[in-house]
Design a protein. Structure first.
Length: 269
């Protein structure tokens, strides 16, 4: 996706905070997607790494344990529908230009899911489930995998739909708070992934061009969003899913964060 989005941004609703595009983004990008990022076998030198959070570092499926305790026999169904509606609401709110932060969207998704499954969502159950969202388990490869990235001595960031408060509490909970140089929330641009402004905000926070950053996510649509904004992308395909049919290839993929770290190490030279 071309960096020249000024005309589109000018039409954004007055309540949306549009991120001013840096000068390097307005410079002479090729008319098509950055070939160094999109074309297999041609990777820009990586100078920093940005990570997605939910579903990549934080295991949202771990919510099912508490959900099952509160709603025996319905925990998995509630957890899955809650997550699906949460993501759908981020996309819908971005399209509608009716932004609410991720904490609010997460609660909205829970309320819908409980109603859809005809589950009584008492104030106490709502509080316990929402509180669990900042105490999610990490995937098994996260602590050691992030340490492997840290040994590469590159700046590391999280670029996430989550609020800063949610991110700070979660990285503290799983013990990786000290590993990251920047936490970047969509609140800075008031639009959710895959809006290019959040990926550009991540590059801006790291002080680098998008093409100098490797974006790591377990969601192929998220990697495609980052690649479309100019990043090098790495897909951690833990579940063995097919790539989303969005017309953008993902040149680099693996199944763990260790695979991603090995790729980045090779792309540093």
């Amino acid at each position: 996706m071309s960096c020249n989005r000024r005309r589109w941004l000018a039409g954004a609703a007055s309540g949306a905070a549009a991120l001013a595009l840096p000068r390097w983004c307005e410079a002479a990008a090729p008319p098509s997607r950055d070939a160094a990022t999109v074309a297999p076998g041609r990777t820009a030198r990586v100078r920093a790494v940005a990570f997605d959070s939910y579903g990549t570092l934080f295991d949202v499926d771990s919510l099912a344990v508490l959900a099952e305790e509160l709603y025996p026999g319905q925990g998995k169904a509630l957890s899955m529908l809650w997550r699906r509606k949460q993501i759908e609401y981020t996309w819908l709110r971005t399209l509608l230009r009716r932004y609410r932060d991720f904490a609010a969207v997460t609660e909205d998704g829970l309320v819908f899911a409980a109603a859809k499954l005809t589950l009584e969502l008492t104030a106490d159950k709502r509080r316990r489930l929402l509180e669990q969202y900042v105490r999610l388990d990490a995937f098994a490869d996260v602590v050691d995998g992030i340490a492997a990235f840290r040994r590469l001595k590159l700046p590391l960031a999280i670029v996430s739909n989550g609020t800063l408060e949610m991110l700070r509490r979660e990285v503290r909970y799983i013990g990786i708070e000290a590993q990251f140089d920047r936490l970047v929330s969509v609140d800075t641009v008031r639009a959710y992934k895959t809006d290019p402004r959040i990926y550009l905000a991540g590059a801006r926070a790291l002080g680098m061009r998008p093409r100098d950053i490797c974006f790591v996510s377990s969601h192929s649509w998220d990697v495609i969003g980052a690649v479309s904004a100019g990043y090098t992308g790495f897909w951690v395909d833990r579940a063995g899913e097919p790539i989303e049919e969005l017309g953008v290839p993902i040149a680099h993929r693996g199944t763990t964060l260790f695979d991603a770290a090995r790729f980045v190490e090779g792309a540093m030279a």
